[in-house]
Design a protein around this ligand. Sequence first.
Ligand SMILES: NC(=O)c1ccc[n+]([C@@H]2O[C@H](COP(=O)([O-])OP(=O)(O)OC[C@H]3O[C@@H](n4cnc5c(N)ncnc54)[C@H](OP(=O)(O)O)[C@@H]3O)[C@@H](O)[C@H]2O)c1
Length: 300
Amino acid sequence: MEIEVVSAGSSKLISMVNVTTDSTIGEIKQQLYKLKKAPYPARQSLRSEAKGKSLADTETTKSLGLRAGSKLYFKDLGPQIGWRTVFLVEYAGPIFVYLWLYQRPWLFYGDVTVKKVEQVVNWAAITWTIHYAKRLFETVFIHRFSHGTMPLRNLFKNCSYYWLFAMYVAYHINHPLYTAPDLSLSYIGLTIFAVCELGNLSIHLALRNLRPAGTTVRKIPVATGNPLTALFNFVSCPNYTYEFGSWVGFTIMTKCLPAGIFALAGMYQMTMWALGKHRAYKKEFSNYPRSRTAILPFIL
Ligand SMILES: NC(=O)c1ccc[n+]([C@@H]2O[C@H](COP(=O)([O-])OP(=O)(O)OC[C@H]3O[C@@H](n4cnc5c(N)ncnc54)[C@H](OP(=O)(O)O)[C@@H]3O)[C@@H](O)[C@H]2O)c1
């Protein structure tokens, strides 16, 4: 049978495509590419409605209820880049930027006469580096992403966010006139940071184990034998909760306002994502635990 593929923007016919009941969205994308009607598959979005969500490549014409003459809507997602590449570039940048400013370069601070470096300034450089090195490690060895690519423009957006914030925070903490808080406060912050980093790693490992290698399976995440995963009993995205906790710990440790602003900016972004993921879980799984909130236990 034949179905119509039309533009999601103008509803103009792009191509008629030959399908069987078992044809997948991925195969239809391949066909459009071979017919030279659309760019490479990763750049294509096919939807059931013009403004609807992108259909998964694994959906079939049968599962979507498509018949002869049915319509699919096509949107060009723009040039794509591998998720892994984006993550590697966006997370390596903050390490280089931070460690560069840690050396108090002339470009930022001029000729530095104060040579003394507070102990917490060293801790901050170490913890900052550990955080991003951990993210790089997780990107390569732990996460099992379901999407291979994302729009190229995200690379510029995400890198600006992480690199510029790294510069903003590092500039203040490494400033020759920076004043460190009381050491006991720094110890409290450092402890919060360390616990939250371990918690974040624990959640990422639990998420990895939900998805068999090479698949895009999604399951309801649950607490495992690791006590740090117990947060799954309260929120849908405990990795974001811990991420926020890490930056709160870092802010307490350094008593640096820009670090606090970075924590709040990240929290805002992660809350938006967590609310979306939480809604998606409730929609996808009828038995999803009702008592969970999105990111902050009992609150949000
Ligand atoms: N500071 C900040 O501003 C900031 C912002 C964002 C992220 N981060 C950090 O980066 C980390 C990763 O972020 P993310 O947004 O990629 O996290 P995420 O969406 O929670 O996903 C982490 C990994 O787990 C997989 N996954 C999620 N839910 C799953 C489920 N129910 N079943 C099976 N697999 C599942 C994801 O696969 P999919 O590919 O299918 O999603 C992905 O590979 C965060 O935890 C956080 O530490 C920081």
